[in-house]
Design a protein around this ligand. Structure first.
Ligand code: HEC
Length: 145
């Protein structure tokens, strides 16, 4: 066995021991990976009142908004939540998977979105973006502001 392989096996073992969510899975799922790389920065400790992963009370009303609405609004950005979690290259599907993973870790049961759900999320996000830019254009065109 080569040393690089041994090293990566050791790292995986260390990750499995350290991660509070380690268990059934042997490798992080795509959604969890995005969470670990990005969302964790704010959603592990609750930076700026970000709902903490695992805080069922905080997530309950958010989950109740439904997967299409919450995913679309989160991706577009809402209040202190930066668009795409702050990554200009993060697409809807990866964002949706990360969020579904966060929800599953916080009392919900969302699956990774199927093609139909993804389509609905994109539609909602597109409408939301159009509303936002229309509102901003209005400000631009308002001579009093
Ligand atoms: C820079 C910090 C930061 C990062 C990174 C971040 N978030 Fe957030 N997020 C927030 C904050 C703060 C809020 C609370 C927003 C508010 O209510 O003002 C929030 C709220 C949310 C909400 C609830 C939105 C709503 O409609 O109330 C979702 C969903 C969400 N984040 C998903 C994610 C996902 C998925 C990622 C990673 C791809 C991510 N966030 C990365 C700071 C962050």
């Amino acid at each position: 066995m080569n040393t690089a392989l041994l090293k990566s096996a050791a790292l995986t073992a260390a990750w499995m021991t350290l991660s509070p969510w380690a268990g059934a899975q042997t490798a992080p799922a795509a959604g969890e990976k995005v969470y670990q790389q990005l969302c964790i920065a704010c959603h592990a400790t609750g930076v700026a009142n970000a709902p903490k992963v695992g805080d069922r009370q905080a997530w309950k009303p958010l989950i109740a908004e439904g997967q299409v609405t919450l995913t679309a609004h989160g991706w577009v950005g809402v209040r202190a939540m930066p668009a795409q979690g702050g990554d200009p290259k993060l697409g809807v599907e990866d964002f949706a998977r990360a969020l579904a993973w966060m929800v599953r870790s916080s009392g919900g049961t969302w699956s990774d979105p199927d093609p139909e759900t993804l389509k609905a999320i994109r539609k909602e996000a597109r409408e939301r973006l159009q509303k936002q830019s229309a509102a901003r254009r209005k400000l631009l065109d308002d001579p009093a502001r």
